[in-house]
Design a protein around this ligand. Structure first.
Ligand code: GLY
Length: 356
């Protein structure tokens, strides 16, 4: 037993124990330390309130609220704040100037999951995704169906979720793009990347997204990912964020992973699922995340997606929390931050890069 906590025993060996020897749940509840792990924007905006996403989620988790409700309440702050142009209200719109939002949630212990994609007019897609999980037999509602569902559930559906800022940036992009080249991804990236270089678009907000994972003192893990998706995307494009196993995956006895960055690269490799499976094999969250980044790098072959050293030229990050409370933020290259809130307080930490 040396080196093992009672929680380790319960998590790692429950299947092997006879029913009479299974430790009471109360032992787990005294061992796990509540924690919230999120992308960097989890500890930036407050939408005029007193707390950031991770502060709100952590406060609710230690107060005894359901973990999924807590992390959704956290990301609601970012969805509602137009200062974050990658999520919810004021998110960068699609090529037609329409804000289309994607989100999914997973509840580790109830084994619920739900998502919405290409949802227009509702500022908090994560709350709609939670209701898909909690109140329907389905996992994913898209487009008009998702909007009708939200309306039926009592959400306000607005005609336009652009803020002045997101509309101006779309107009600037439109002005720069030659419509003849609209279908050329390289040219499209070229315009947006130039806008990033000029400081008009935050690099973190081009692919955008917030992911937030939480664990309470009972070891219950939940997660949420929500986004306005790729800036200026083709209308109807759905990225990784609402797709279970890509933008988010939770398996309570093992851990959870979520992602921000280029959704197409993540979707091709179903990285959140991959990361959780690597945790299951015993990897540390950082190594599990690196394994997924290596997989993405190996599967990225198109020249337009590679830098001059043959490495992926796009941003992609994973946030990983295992059932023991160990965590990591990892990214493909360059500087990126992630957010953590635990007994030591809220903070932003540097992601570890596969290609520093
Ligand atoms: N990761 C967000 C997106 O690609 O839509």
């Amino acid at each position: 037993m040396k080196g093992l906590t009672r929680r380790d025993l319960l998590v790692g060996s429950a299947a092997a124990l006879a029913p009479s020897t299974v430790l009471p749940t109360i032992l787990v509840s005294t061992q796990a330390k509540p924690i919230v792990v999120a992308s960097g924007n989890g500890h930036t905006v407050k939408n005029g309130g007193p707390r950031t996403c991770i502060e709100e989620a952590y406060r609710k988790i230690v107060g005894g609220d359901d973990v999924l409700e807590s992390v959704v309440a956290g990301v609601n702050i970012v969805e509602l704040d137009p200062a974050d142009t990658s999520v919810g209200y004021g998110g960068l719109p699609n090529a037609d100037g329409v804000v289309q939002l994607d989100s999914c949630v997973m509840h580790g212990t109830r084994r619920w999951a739900g998502g919405v994609a290409a949802l227009e007019g509702v500022r908090t897609p994560s709350s709609v995704a939670r209701l898909v999980a909690a109140g329907t037999d389905h996992h994913l509602l898209v487009g008009r169906g998702a909007q009708d569902f939200a309306r039926q559930m009592g959400f306000t559906v607005e005609a336009d979720l652009n803020s002045d800022r997101s509309r101006q940036l779309w107009l600037e992009w439109k002005r720069r793009i030659d419509p003849d080249h609209y279908l050329d991804p390289a040219r499209r990236d070229g315009a947006a990347l130039a806008m990033m270089r000029e400081g008009l678009i935050d690099r973190e907000h081009y692919w955008g997204t917030i992911n937030c994972l939480g664990m309470n003192s009972k070891g219950e893990i939940c997660g949420v990912t929500t986004t306005s998706g790729l800036a200026f995307k083709i209308p109807g494009r759905v990225g990784d964020s609402p797709i279970l196993g890509a933008g988010l995956y939770v398996d309570n006895p093992v851990g959870a992973a979520g992602s921000t960055g280029r959704g197409e690269a993540n979707l091709y490799n179903l990285c959140s699922f991959l990361v959780v499976e690597e945790l299951r094999r015993g990897k540390h969250p950082k190594d599990a995340g690196f394994e997924a980044l290596r997989r993405v790098a190996a599967n990225t072959r198109e020249k337009r997606l590679l830098d001059d050293r043959g490495r992926p030229a796009f941003g992609l990050s994973f946030y990983v929390l295992d059932a023991k409370g160990r965590y990591a933020g990892v990214n493909m290259s360059g500087r990126a931050m992630f957010s953590v809130c635990d007994e030591n307080g809220p903070r932003r930490e540097s992601c570890e890069s596969l290609f520093p």
